[in-house]
Design a protein around this ligand. Structure first.
Ligand SMILES: [Zn+2]
Length: 165
């Protein structure tokens, strides 16, 4: 189950990646290009824009009618198939695959010291090199996501600020 999100759905794309889904997102992509990629890579288009329903050219389209990212997740949760998602989740910034950091010492220079001292498990994005960990910075959002997906056991590797807009 692969997606491509339109320019208005950056936050949704990021949290779907955290859950392990393969989601492309380009904030400035032209509509025609988006449809072309969706068709070539058999991706479902996530969109807030009804005109994609007309331009779909045989691609699957999920029309998202809510503004709030959690309401958006509620809207599509019954259509999501977690089989085949990335085991450790994906990088919320670039969609890369996350890999476990074997030696904690390897990330020492890349993270704040208090994080290094209090957290034991880190993952690194194979694409952009971002480092993530599960910590108290995620507790609130994790609880919200778990309330939407009660069966979801994690992982839950994300950045404190949600990876930007
Ligand atoms: Zn990345």
């Amino acid at each position: 189950m692969k997606f491509i999100a339109d320019a208005m759905l950056g936050r949704l794309a990021r949290w779907l990646r955290v859950l392990g889904f393969d989601v492309l997102y380009y904030p400035d992509i032209a509509d025609g290009q988006l449809v072309k990629i969706a068709r070539e890579e058999e991706r479902t288009i996530l969109t807030r824009d009804t005109h994609f329903l007309k331009r779909r050219q045989g691609t699957d389209v999920m029309f998202i009618y809510d503004d709030d990212v959690f309401a958006q997740l509620v809207q599509i949760r019954d259509k999501l198939d977690f089989r085949g998602v990335a085991r450790l989740g994906r990088c919320m910034v670039c969609n890369g695959m996350l890999e476990r950091v074997a030696q904690k010492e390897d990330v020492r220079d890349s993270i704040p010291e208090f994080i290094y001292l209090s957290i034991h498990d880190f993952v690194r994005c194979g694409g952009c090199g971002n480092i993530y960990w599960e910590g108290s910075h995620l507790q609130g959002i994790r609880e919200k996501i778990m309330s939407i997906f009660p069966g979801y056991k994690g992982p839950f590797y994300a950045a404190e600020d949600g990876g930007g807009k």
